[in-house]
Design a protein around this ligand. Structure first.
Ligand code: SF4
Length: 408
């Protein structure tokens, strides 16, 4: 959706060094990559293969899996094989904490099967040995030609570094508030670790940085700072975003502002799933965020009005839901058959007030009759009135018109 010329639009993308994670480019002007993470026990090979496959189907371009113990490390190459047998080549990222150095050293097939290692500078090992354990992981990455994400996290921040900065702040002539010092510790933790990794020999084009926080304003400030002080590829994510609408709103607000400022090369929306809920919702939200902001297109957008007192029957909501579901279900087949179909805009509107106008802005749109209006639903194609649908099968007829439009 190109923006009209008189709108400034997003800032130019922050220039970063491109990193290849498997066959996926991150940063350096590449399209912003959507990623997600499994919540299966990685030792459960079949369950993890199944979930990586589901996340891939949903559109996750990179998938992270926890590698927390020996059984998980041993399972990783089998997971890779299981995915390969299904024709799935989505790069896998191993998430390591505390004993990552040991797992990667003891399970070389795991180190080889992964495309990137995520390490947390706050818990890369145990006190006093942290530096050597960090170096061990970096050296294994260099040997295997793998990328590394250095992922600082507010909840597991390097306590030594934080204490040092707090002490310096306490005697400073212009002390800053505690949150500002903590934000600085986040940024420094990521940057100092990246500098150390480079000293060891990991090139910049093998490193992605993140500094995740759970509060929106802190997250924005931390990433602005991180971007202004480096050109490493950046992974964006609001950590511990929460469940349902709270998690979606908080992540979209924080990431939307940063993306608009040109910051972010890959994003993950961390949502706590409802019990038994679908993990792939976080992929859908990430895609919709990028698409609604005009950065990428993944699936045709359905614009629908919220409905009001003029839509007292459920026909309008049912049609909007049915068209949206229909598009999501058909999309994998359409993408192969009709390249570019993801750029389609569809409108489903509830009455004559905004219905015809909004429908004219879409590629194809329908305006249902509101309460008291003539029971007729005009369909607009490329801004022109095309046909009027009536009767009990408006939904079926409109779907057929959508397919006709795509085919043509
Ligand atoms: Fe209500 Fe009509 Fe506006 Fe939809 S388009 S919100 S039905 S007035």
């Amino acid at each position: 959706n190109p923006l009209p010329n008189d709108l400034a639009g997003p800032a130019a993308r922050h220039v970063t060094t491109q990193v290849m994670v498997g066959n996926v480019a991150v940063g350096g002007g590449a399209p912003i990559v959507v990623q997600s993470m499994t919540n299966t026990d990685t030792a459960d090979i079949a369950g993890t293969v199944e979930q990586v496959a589901a996340l891939t189907r949903a559109g996750s371009e990179l998938v992270r899996i926890t590698v927390d113990r020996e059984e998980a490390a041993a399972a990783v190459p089998h997971i890779r094989d299981g995915l390969r047998k299904r024709g799935i080549t989505t790069p896998l990222i191993g998430d390591f904490h505390y004993i990552g150095h040991k797992l990667l050293a003891d399970y070389p097939a795991c180190a080889e099967a992964l495309d990137k290692y995520r390490i947390n500078p706050g818990n890369v090992g145990f006190k006093n040995k942290r530096d050597s354990q960090f170096a061990d992981i970096v050296e294994i990455a260099i040997k295997n030609n793998k990328a590394v994400r250095i992922g600082a996290n507010w909840g597991s921040l390097d306590q030594e570094l934080l204490t040092k900065l707090m002490d310096e702040n306490a005697v400073s002539a212009k002390p800053r508030d505690v949150r500002a010092v903590t934000r600085e510790a986040m940024v420094q933790s990521a940057l100092l670790s990246a500098a150390r990794a480079e000293e060891i020999g990991l090139p910049k084009n093998k490193m992605v940085l993140s500094a995740k926080v759970s509060a929106v304003q802190d997250l924005i400030a931390v990433y602005q700072d991180l971007a202004s002080r480096s050109d490493y590829a950046i992974h964006l994510g609001l950590t511990e975003a929460g469940m349902g609408s709270k998690g979606i709103v908080a992540s979209s607000a924080a990431l939307g502002i940063l993306l608009q400022q040109g910051i972010g090369d890959t994003i993950r929306i961390s949502l706590t799933p409802e019990p038994g809920g679908d993990r792939s919702l976080e992929v859908q939200v990430a895609q919709e965020l990028l698409q609604t902001m005009g950065f990428r297109t993944f699936v045709p957008l359905v614009a629908a009005c919220p409905g009001c007192g003029r839509t007292t029957s459920t026909t309008f909501q049912e049609l909007a839901r049915s068209i949206q579901d229909f598009i999501r279900v058909e999309m994998p087949a359409w993408k192969t058959r009709y390249p570019g179909v993801e750029n389609l805009n569809v409108a489903v509107m509830g009455c004559i007030v905004n219905g015809p106008g909004e429908s004219k802005h879409a590629n194809i749109g329908i305006s249902l009759p509101g309460t008291g209006e003539t029971p007729a639903a005009p369909v607009f194609v490329d801004g022109q009135k095309f046909r009027t649908l009536r009767g009990a099968n408006i939904s079926g007829e409109f779907k057929a018109l959508v397919i006709d439009y795509i085919e043509q």
